[in-house]
Design a binder for this molecule. Sequence first.
Ligand code: FE2
Length: 143
Amino acid sequence: MGAQSVQLDYLTWNEQYSVGVPLIDDQHKELFDRVNTLIALIRNRPTYYDTTTSREEMLELLAAFRSYADFHFSAEEQEMEKIECKDLDTQKELHADYVRDIDLFIGDIKKGEEIIASEVLAMLIDWLSNHVLEDDQKAFKHA
Ligand SMILES: [Fe+2]
């Protein structure tokens, strides 16, 4: 495969994404930063299809992302309880789904399957925008 250039824009958090809880906004910013680290990794290596050489690096970043996401979701669920969020059960299910999605990718990489880094990223970006822009807005602002 030739040099395949992956054009990815870095994610920038802005006030419109605020859920009105500073602790949660800060954690969302951290999630953005972590996705940006992955974007940087792929930008620096346009031919990231060769996952065998970079598998460990990718695995490490994804594992760290997963553990931060876990931490964030627990903190978030506590905040949702405080405001008596009425769809807390749904939110918990969504959180579990997100973690499972990451685990699937981690599992694939561990099994030695060929993964395309830009697909992993697309999943994470999708994940993050659904979570921050839709689920959390709904949970915190329309609780
Ligand atoms: Fe969140």
